[in-house]
Design a protein around this ligand. Structure first.
Ligand code: HEM
Length: 463
């Protein structure tokens, strides 16, 4: 058990924000079955700051569900710190990855990792991303009633392998893809949420054993890439993240050793591809189910504008944020929204609730991209990428990928419903469409024709 879980205070209703009396098993099951509906019902009954008593927490997860509480959790780093709070994910992403690194080391590592993900640098990847989207598009267009998420996972994995490792050899990409799909697929990551004894490696057939073996394959492949790149004579001229990190130094001249690099790279790959694929799937699924918004977007894109494109991605991230929450721990006994929060308690900013706050978002359940065309939203009422010093470092890359897919796909086809609007399911920390985000794609022009040519400067880094 990690230190964060060992330190977690036990449940005491006097020390935590309000909770329901439902047993922990019932709360866990309801969250898994209907993560949005159940959390919303708790918010209605208990207010914008409440306690959720689910496994694997022994105490309770303190939840922030409106913009005011969201802002405090994400930005008051003296009271709510990150890193340890992600202890649950450490066995998957690596305890030394940025996601799991507490302050003060977090800031030093973040400074080393940020340059390759800066918007201007990411913009240089645009032609390669477009090329990968074009290569993948026929597979999507040839299906009838296809789930978008698996298709998008393949695409975003190819992108992240190129960006992070500079991989271009199809055989090597396929080896990585196979290893990562096995590791994150088939419910393997559910092991993270099992009680500690069941997470242990009790042989190859045990869930813990399977998890550790599949992760070891991913780690071995990453280790091979690091060794090969250290020996590569052309390293200084390469633009992938690994090459840049090998030579990156902080202000004291310190860089990352191989163990740190291994965790950082594994963390980047795992944080970067499923999240982006899930957002692509939700956006296309939502467009298919909202024909007026879809047709407006297609007309706007055809006219050479990307105003509605950016608004659509925001609206999809509002209604169906791919990442359910951002996690922190309370640095000391404190309060949130007028309720006590004990030291070391786990605290979650619940994006799906903040994003549906009727006080901030009129008619919150409606999919209306145009609501983002006017004034900026109230700060911290829309945070699909988190916020504060731990805000997602992959925002620019994710937006480049999502916008490129939408632009290219909508030039070639019109997404239509292939069944009812899918409910959201919680898979580790992600909110995914229950059936993969199925859409039917009606061709606008014969397959194989190039999509809409990119308007000059059509992808610009977000501010
Ligand atoms: C649509 C796609 C994505 C979404 C919705 C998303 C969302 C998030 C969220 C909510 C956080 C937590 C922020 C916080 O704690 O305040 C996060 C952190 C992070 N993300 Fe992303 N992400 C996406 C894509 C990416 C990509 C493409 C990469 C990199 C290749 C990436 C790398 C990271 C890293 C390294 C962190 C940890 C940052 C830190 O702790 O300092 N993400 N992301």
């Amino acid at each position: 058990m990690s230190d964060a879980f060992a330190r977690e205070p036990r449940w005491d209703p006097r020390l935590f924000p309000p909770a329901t009396r439902a047993p922990r098993a019932v709360q866990t099951a309801r969250m898994l079955l209907d993560p949005q509906g159940y959390a919303r019902s708790l918010r209605r009954r208990l207010g914008p700051v409440f306690s959720l008593r689910t496994f694997p927490y022994r105490g309770a997860l303190v939840c922030a569900a409106d913009a005011a509480a969201n802002r405090v959790v994400l930005t008051d780093h003296e009271r709510f710190t990150g890193g340890d709070a992600a202890a649950l994910l450490a066995p998957a992403v690596g305890a030394g990855s940025l996601i799991c690194t507490p302050p003060p080391l977090h800031l030093a590592h973040r400074k080393l990792l940020l340059p390759p993900f800066h918007g201007v640098r990411v913009a240089r990847w645009a032609p390669r991303v477009r090329e990968l989207v074009h290569t993948g598009l026929p597979a999507l267009l040839s299906g009838d009633g296809v789930p978008v998420r698996p298709w998008a996972q393949r695409l975003t994995l190819d992108v992240i392998l190129r960006v992070v490792f500079g991989l271009t050899d199809p055989a090597r990409v396929a080896t990585f893809r196979h290893a990562l799909n096995a590791f994150v697929g088939m419910g393997n990551l559910a092991v993270l949420f099992l009680p500690e004894p069941l997470r242990r490696d009790l042989g190859p057939l045990s869930p813990g054993g399977r998890f550790h073996r599949l992760r070891a394959t991913v780690v071995d492949l990453t280790r091979e890439e690091i060794a090969a790149r250290r020996a590569a004579p052309d390293r200084a001229h390469r633009d992938d993240v690994l090459s840049m990190l090998l030579d990156a130094r902080d202000e004291h001249g310190a860089g990352l050793d191989d163990a740190q690099l291994l965790d950082e790279l594994t963390g980047l790959v795992l944080a970067g591809y499923e999240t982006t694929a899930t957002t692509i799937a939700w956006t296309l699924h939502l467009l298919a189910h909202h024909p007026a918004a879809r047709d407006d977007l297609i007309a706007d894109l055809d006219a050479g504008s990307d105003r509605l494109l950016k608004a659509t991605v925001k609206e999809s991230g509002r209604l169906r944020p791919a990442v359910y929450n951002a996690m922190r721990t309370a640095a000391h006994d404190t309060e949130l929204g007028g309720h006590p929060v004990p030291r070391h308690a786990f605290v979650a900013a619940l994006f799906p609730l903040t994003h549906l706050d009727p006080g901030r978002w009129p008619d919150p359940d409606a999919f209306r991209p145009e609501r983002h065309l006017g004034a900026d939203p109230v700060p911290y009422s829309l945070t699909p990428f988190g916020g504060g010093v731990r805000r997602c470092i992959g925002v620019s890359l994710a937006q480049l990928e999502i916008e490129t897919v939408l632009r290219e796909l909508l030039a070639a086809a019109v997404p239509e419903p292939a069944g009812p609007l899918e409910p959201a399911r919680l898979v580790s920390v992600m909110l995914v469409p229950a059936r993969g985000g199925r859409v039917r794609l009606r061709a606008r022009r014969p397959h194989g024709c190039p999509g809409r040519p990119p308007a000059p400067g059509s992808w610009s880094p977000p501010l």
